[in-house]
Design a protein around this ligand. Structure first.
Ligand code: ZN
Length: 134
């Protein structure tokens, strides 16, 4: 086996390591600008990594970007031009506010609705924290 082959094998092993339960890999949104619109092409994939309903993430994105848009075929298309960097800054904010447990910082959480309030329930430490409405 030559060096290139070893290198390829090494690279292939990386994702398996990151997928370990205790380490959460922050997803990155892909944003494509076309004309006067921006499409987040892996939108529902990102929402499912966070284990959040795409509609919840959409509401957040639309509010933060102060625009309008809709989900179609797993993609979110919004009005206006937004760079991938800007979209991902908002995504980081979403993760911090609606996914990460405020107590232990882990991302293994669920969003629960109760009597009109949203709660972040942590599956790691069991903490339940209120989440503000979008
Ligand atoms: Zn926790």
């Amino acid at each position: 086996m030559d060096y290139d082959e070893l290198l390829k094998r090494g690279l292939k092993k990386v994702p398996e390591k990151i997928e370990g339960k205790e380490r959460f890999e922050m997803p990155r949104m892909r944003a494509e600008i076309s004309g006067s619109r921006t499409t987040m092409t892996n939108f529902s994939e990102v929402a499912s990594i966070f284990r959040r309903e795409p509609n919840h993430l959409m509401k957040f994105m639309l509010k933060e970007l102060a625009t309008k848009g809709s989900i179609s075929g797993g993609r979110l298309e919004v009005q206006g031009n937004f760079s991938e960097e800007m979209v991902n800054r908002k995504l980081d904010l979403y993760a911090k506010t609606y996914v990460a447990c405020p107590e232990c910082g882990k991302h293994d959480t669920k969003l629960q609705k109760e009597r009109g309030f949203d709660f972040i329930k942590c599956e790691v430490c069991g903490a339940r924290s209120t989440a503000s409405k979008i």
